[in-house]
Write a protein that binds this ligand. Structure first.
Ligand code: NDP
Length: 298
């Protein structure tokens, strides 16, 4: 049976460290780290994520500012808000909750965020740094950064020479994940919807990261015995066993099958999910340190 990789506990360690370093920074007359979370419209899932981010920011001792804008907000008004936040010295991290309503160009909004406040790591400057291995000065996107920490907890820091397969090539998960594994000297293959014979490819993986958004797609016979399996997927499926109309969350991996073969595996929920918010806090803390002219904390 696979060892369970407890994302909740690793995330709690990260948040506790951020909390301690925030207290230390403030005690030394440094700035209180400030995060601005911007949400446009009333998507219920986005509201849950935003509330959770704001709650964790407060727990860390951050200044946490929320801008909840109506769905009909114009692109120009949103860009003006981003510009104001870019200039606001009390704000070190700006997060725009995606997806944005269809009339707003998300790419334009993301590129308007100052790269040094882009704690989501989506600005081209940060994407370019991650792509060229400049990890020491980049803001790394939170979900892949958190997934790397979980991989290191499971296998240690030396991943050199291991075969890694990343299922999914999105800009926010798959591609940066592949770059991080490459920077850690893994041999990386990125698969997507046009890849041929996914099960055979997945079976070559010492480290298998699933980020496809397809409930329980990865079956037990896709897993190399002893592999580390990181399940990024968050999918809501019907759960009639819990009652009529009820649902439950599952990952992209068929957990019950995969745990019989994997060496270590993340659960859903309680795996990668909590790590994403924790890494967002870590990035914001780093931004505050850099804004104060201090050395980047590790
Ligand atoms: P996207 O929809 O942007 O990307 C999905 C990727 O999976 C695409 O590259 C797509 O291929 C590939 N894919 C889709 N279907 C198949 C298939 N049948 N076989 C092989 N590849 C396939 O999703 P995201 O990267 O944003 O998210 C992926 C999952 O991770 C989702 O479940 C999402 O909810 C979850 N997620 C979880 C987070 C967390 O905090 N834990 C944070 C972000 C996402 P192609 O490019 O060819 O279309």
């Amino acid at each position: 049976m696979a060892k369970l990789i407890d994302g909740k506990s690793v995330a709690a360690d990260v948040v506790n460290k951020v909390k301690a370093m925030t207290a230390d920074l403030v005690a030394k007359n440094g700035p209180q780290p400030g995060i601005a979370v911007v949400i446009v419209g009333e998507d219920p899932a986005s509201q849950v994520y935003v509330a959770s981010k704001s709650r964790t920011a407060k727990e860390c001792g951050f200044l946490s500012v929320q801008h909840a804008l109506p769905a009909e907000t114009s692109e120009a008004a949103l860009l003006k808000l981003i510009d104001d936040l870019n200039r606001d010295a009390a704000i070190h991290g700006i997060l725009v909750q995606l997806p944005l309503p269809g009339h707003i160009d998300s790419g334009k909004v993301i590129q308007a965020i100052a790269p040094e406040k882009d704690v989501d790591g989506f600005h081209f400057i940060n994407v370019g740094k991650v792509g060229t291995g400049e990890l020491e000065t980049a803001f790394v996107p939170c979900t892949p950064a958190g997934s790397m920490l979980l991989i290191e907890r499971a296998r240690g820091k030396d991943l050199s020479g291991l075969n890694a397969v990343v299922l999914g090539r999105s800009n926010i998960v798959g591609k940066p994940m592949a770059n991080l594994l490459l920077a850690a000297n893994c041999t990386v293959t990125v698969a997507h919807s046009r890849t041929k014979d996914l099960p055979a490819l997945a079976r070559t993986a010492d480290i298998l990261v699933a980020a496809v958004g397809r409930p329980q797609m990865v079956k037990g016979d896709w897993i190399k015995p002893g592999a580390t399996v990181i399940d990024v997927g968050i999918n809501r499926i019907p759960a009639p066993e819990k009652g009529e109309g009820k649902t439950r969350l599952v990952g992209d991996v068929d957990f019950a099958e995969a745990e019989k073969l994997a060496g270590a595996i993340t659960p859903v929920p309680g795996g990668v999910g909590p790590m994403t918010i924790a890494m967002l806090m870590a990035n914001t803390l780093v931004s505050a340190y850099l804004a104060a002219g201090l050395k980047r904390p590790s």
